[in-house]
Ligand binder design. Structure first.
Ligand code: NAD
Ligand code: IPM
Ligand code: MN
Length: 369
């Protein structure tokens, strides 16, 4: 069996807790013969700042470049609220995304059958939900220049963030969305605000052209991002693949998370382009953050992290069967009643992070064994 090199970056807050849960599943993957990994662990975010004075050390970036894939927990937290903007924990994650050119962020929102009642939305709206959000991850207002705060003559201040997109950046993310749609139900919705933003005008124009030239079999709908947010809670199952920019994608994916029951359920894959030897950089992480309100209490739901590992098996290593087995194990554990507090109903007795991870690992062994 091939052995792959994984870099684990647990990060801050609940990051190390959910990464610990994932480790239990890695052990089960090895035990069952589904996949074996060599793992190395390093620091990112606030923990790296405390140790090295920067949220991503150059040596860690090199480890990330050398790894076959990266699994990251979460970064940030109130402990680092006062640090310089350039050194905030989130800057470490953004640097990783940019340096590895991880432009394609896939955020699947799936409502597991056992959780149809866990959403704050009515069962019939979310039952069977399966949306793939494709978020552009290395452009837009996150990285555009200038990005600054200047002081005006009267002593007041002026803050600037710049939204920038080029044709090439929009083209490559559009291709990712249309290719994915071809393997799903064949529908793409593209969300922007061409009614207000020049970048939205270009986004719509380029997506339209890529569609017309390469994907006649895929159905394309353009939707304004504000309406999209509303439609996601009004009638979410109208969407299949949803492609959008960096900032809208950040917000729309947190909305989509609640359709599945909890932010603690949503995994993600951040992918680079495939190079000449067929390899691509890839980082897998939950959509949620470091959850300071529950950190250190064994309360966090590890499923987003474990689901991110399943995406890693599928997208980095072509281990579709192992990924299916792991996704199936999550389904089985939930069907068997395993619930962390975020997805437990009122009056139930939720389990902790460790017990949930063990339930998924047991379900995996039961499926394979
Ligand atoms: P958050 O995602 O950390 O938490 C939002 C809410 O969701 C909290 O109530 C939290 O308890 C809950 N939640 C999140 N993950 C959960 C899980 N796995 N199980 C159960 N409940 C969960 O967002 P926030 O509070 O706005 O941000 C906290 C910090 O995390 C900030 O510093 C932010 O920048 C950072 N952040 C990091 C990432 C990342 O590392 N990719 C993503 C989002 C936010
Ligand atoms: C996410 C997070 C990040 C983002 C932060 C932590 C930089 O919210 O991955 O969704 O805004 O992209
Ligand atoms: Mn976010």
């Amino acid at each position: 069996m091939a052995s792959y090199k994984l870099l684990l970056l647990p990060g801050d807050g609940i990051g190390p807790e959910v990464a610990g849960g994932m480790q239990v599943v890695l052990d089960a993957l090895k035990e069952t013969g589904l996949a074996t990994f060599e793992t190395e662990t390093d620091l990112v975010g606030g923990s790296a700042l405390d140790a090295h004075g920067v949220p991503l050390a150059d040596a860690t970036l090199q480890h990330a470049k050398d790894a076959d894939a990266i699994l990251l927990g979460a970064v940030g937290g109130p402990k680092w609220a006062g640090v310089a903007y350039e050194n905030r924990p989130e800057a470490g994650l953004l640097r990783l995304r940019k340096e590895l050119d991880l432009f394609a962020n896939l955020r699947p929102a799936i409502c597991y059958p056992a959780l149809a009642e866990a959403s704050t939305l009515k069962r019939e709206l979310v039952e069977g939900l399966d949306i793939m959000i494709v978020r552009e991850l290395t452009g837009g207002v996150y990285f555009g220049e200038p990005k600054e705060i200047t002081t005006l003559e009267d002593g007041s201040k002026r803050a600037v963030d710049t939204q920038v997109y080029t044709t090439a950046e929009i083209e490559r993310i559009a291709h990712v969305a249309f290719d994915l749609a071809g393997k799903r139900s064949g529908r793409v919705a593209s969300a922007e605000k061409h009614n207000v933003m020049k970048s939205g005008v270009l986004w719509k124009e380029v997506v339209t052209k890529v569609h017309a030239e390469h994907y006649p079999g895929v159905q394309l709908e353009h939707i304004l991002a504000d309406n999209c947010a509303m439609q996601l809670v009004r009638r979410p199952k109208q969407f299949d693949v949803l492609v959008t920019d960096n900032l809208f994608g950040d917000v729309l994916s947190d909305i989509a998370a609640m359709l599945t029951g909890s932010l603690g359920m949503l995994p993600s894959a951040s992918l680079g382009a495939v190079d000449a030897s067929g390899l691509r950089s890839a980082l897998y992480e939950p959509v949620h953050g470091s959850a300071p309100d529950i950190a250190g209490q064994d309360k966090a739901n590890p499923i987003a992290m474990i689901g991110s590992l399943a995406m890693c098996l599928r997208y980095s290593f072509g281990l579709g069967d192992a990924a299916d087995a792991l996704d199936g194990a999550i389904t089985d554990a939930l069907a068997g009643g395993a619930r962390t507090a975020d997805i437990a109903g009122e009056g139930t007795n939720p389990m902790g992070t460790r017990a949930m991870a063990a339930a998924v690992a047991d379900a995996l062994r039961a499926r394979v064994g």
